[in-house]
Write a protein that binds this ligand. Structure first.
Ligand SMILES: Nc1nc2c(ncn2[C@@H]2O[C@H](COP(=O)(O)OP(=O)(O)OP(=O)(O)O)[C@@H](O)[C@H]2O)c(=O)[nH]1
Ligand SMILES: [Mg+2]
Length: 249
């Protein structure tokens, strides 16, 4: 989609801070870092990766330190916290330390492939979008490795939200996104929800605040290492938050 043939040049002053929150991602971290460096260095993009580890008991931080030694502390920045405090505050913590004017948020569990990042950047530049979001739900996007139940939940959550809030963005619950830094700061400030529903609220608020949003089709692969946590409580939380947003926006 983003291959237009027009070479939109990366402005020299643009820098991308990639926020990578981790909790028990010891196996995944070396692979994701290797892929990020491979695809971004290959495209001549100026970037840093900020790893926010929340005291993972599996020793993720030790692995992160080794990666920092390997790739350098200007590329790999460590901003760990003592204990598991959740994703929302992990992002805020990361933004505070970001030196880039753009922020990329992605999961560290290999569900989000770094090969899409140059496409996000190119699309942002072409249209000066405030946000570019990965989507599993337009042509070329997709989900791999999910069972029927999980697909149904994700589709259902997106469908319900589309019906109630009409945000005009096809993937609301995904978290693979590129933001202008000041835009992300405003959004994070205006969001009230935590957990799974946070990503959806970000997009709904973005629409309210009239930010422009582009979409890049992505393939999403279920985590191979580590445990999945989506359960009944997340679904109930999501439904509650959806109703809250419906009532208040
Ligand atoms: N720093 C920090 N990172 C977290 C926390 N919870 C999850 N993460 C990380 O955030 C990213 C997304 O979390 P996931 O556990 O993959 O959430 P999910 O994709 O909805 O669920 P599964 O992949 O199915 O487990 C991953 O990189 C996690 O390691 C947290 O409390 N603090
Ligand atoms: Mg995941």
């Amino acid at each position: 989609m983003a291959t237009t043939g027009v070479d939109s040049e990366i402005t020299k002053s643009d820098k991308y801070s990639i926020l990578l929150p981790t909790y028990n991602e010891r196996e995944n971290l070396p692979i994701i870092i290797w892929l990020i460096i491979k695809y971004l260095d290959g495209s001549g993009i100026d970037f840093e990766v900020i790893i926010i580890d929340d005291g993972s008991p599996d020793g993720t931080l030790e692995v992160a330190k080794q990666l920092q030694n390997l790739y350098g502390s200007n590329k790999i920045v460590l901003r760990p916290r003592e204990k598991k405090l959740g994703l929302g505050t992990a992002y805020i913590h990361g933004i505070k330390h970001a030196t880039g004017n753009f922020i990329i948020i992605m999961d560290a569990d290999l569900s989000h492939h770094p090969k899409f990042i140059p496409e996000f950047i190119e699309l942002q530049k072409e249209n000066d979008y405030d946000i570019v979001t990965g989507t599993r739900y337009i042509n070329g996007g997709g989900v791999y490795g999910w069972d029927f139940k999980r697909k149904l939940i994700s589709r259902g959550a997106n469908f319900l939200t589309q019906m109630l809030l009409r945000p005009g963005v096809s993937d609301l619950t995904g978290s693979f996104r590129l933001y202008k830094k000041d835009v992300l700061l405003k959004l994070v400030e205006s969001c009230v929800s935590k957990g799974y529903v946070f990503q959806m609220e970000m997009i709904i608020r973005a629409r309210q605040l009239n930010y422009t949003i582009g979409e890049v089709p992505i393939t999403f692969v279920d985590r191979v290492y580590g445990e999945s946590k989506l359960g009944g409580t997340e679904i109930i939380q999501f439904a509650k938050a959806l109703l809250y947003l419906f009532a208040t926006t």
